[in-house]
Design a protein around this ligand. Structure first.
Ligand SMILES: Nc1ncnc2c1ncn2[C@@H]1O[C@H](COP(=O)(O)OP(=O)(O)OP(=O)(O)O)[C@@H](O)[C@H]1O
Length: 263
């Protein structure tokens, strides 16, 4: 499902956090959102999920204005993994992933729902913890369970807010490979907030670079991850190269450090 964001604005109280955002996430593609802390990435994702109501502009989900859609219709189409998840109740990993099926079931889960949950747990290599309480898992395991729950939902669009922040390098790659396969094979649009620019360069079809609540640029990784953009947006001097056809970023110094060195 294609997501179009048109001239989107949002304020917390009177404080403007998003200012005229325009961007698109295409089906079958991974779109990564990058930008400094506090630039509005999570707020943007929450506006798309309709957890927050924009003060201006609109979110189109498959061409339809999100404001005119029922909550359950949005829940069926969007799988969302927030940056933080503090569950207020105790549950097993299996039951938590099964909850991902909730937008599709009436009052009783079917054998098919169970099969989808089992397949997703296997795919995410979570079989060994399936019956354990979610609260007792490590941060990285919890993160993978929450992604499994969103995948079990079989949405048309996945919104992932820093899904790899607690993962070791092998699980980062495994998760990104799985998400890529879902995008390519099932036509999912994946919108993902990430801080690791090299992970974005390796997996993104498109990168949205934000600063101060605005989109500075959106495009293919090579066109976005330039020395000029990294300097202007992050205040970082970086070497930008290419490995196996993909952009690579090696930060050299922050411009603050460099300015201090020159004086
Ligand atoms: N619930 C809230 N109430 C008021 N202000 C908020 C709230 N949540 C976020 N903000 C502010 O909105 C701005 C954007 O926050 P947001 O979490 O969207 O940024 P981000 O780009 O995702 O940051 P990070 O990379 O640190 O996760 C920040 O200045 C933040 O302090």
């Amino acid at each position: 499902m294609r997501i179009d964001i048109e001239n989107l604005s949002f304020s917390y109280g009177g404080r403007a956090v998003l200012n005229g955002i325009d961007m698109v996430a295409q089906p079958g593609e991974i779109t990564c959102v990058v930008g400094p802390n506090g630039s509005g990435k999570s707020t943007l994702v929450k506006c798309i999920e309709t957890l927050l109501i924009p003060s201006g502009g609109r979110v189109l989900l498959g061409g339809e204005d999100a404001r005119s859609m029922q909550r359950v219709a949005i829940a069926r189409r969007i799988g969302y993994v927030p940056q933080r998840f503090d569950l207020a109740f105790s549950t097993s990993v299996f039951d938590l992933v099964l909850m991902g099926r909730r937008p599709h079931v009436s009052w009783k889960s079917s054998a098919r729902d169970m099969d989808i949950v089992i397949d997703t747990l296997v795919e995410m290599e979570l079989e060994s913890v399936a019956m354990r309480p979610f609260q007792l898992l490590s941060g990285g395991q919890q993160q993978r369970v929450m992604v499994a729950r969103a995948l079990a939902q079989q949405p048309e669009c996945l919104l992932l807010d820093e899904p790899t922040s607690a993962l070791d390098i092998a699980h980062q790659l495994a998760l990104m490979d799985t998400v890529s396969e879902y995008a390519k094979n099932k036509g999912l649009s994946v919108l993902m907030v990430v801080h690791d620019l090299n992970l974005a360069a390796r997996y993104a079809d498109s990168i949205v670079m934000m600063k101060d609540g605005r989109v500075v640029v959106q495009g293919e990784p090579e066109g976005v991850l330039t020395r000029e953009n990294l300097s202007g947006v992050f205040g970082v001097q970086a070497l930008v190269g290419k490995q196996k056809g993909r952009a690579t970023v090696i930060p050299v110094a922050t411009e603050r450090v460099e300015a201090a060195r020159m004086t």
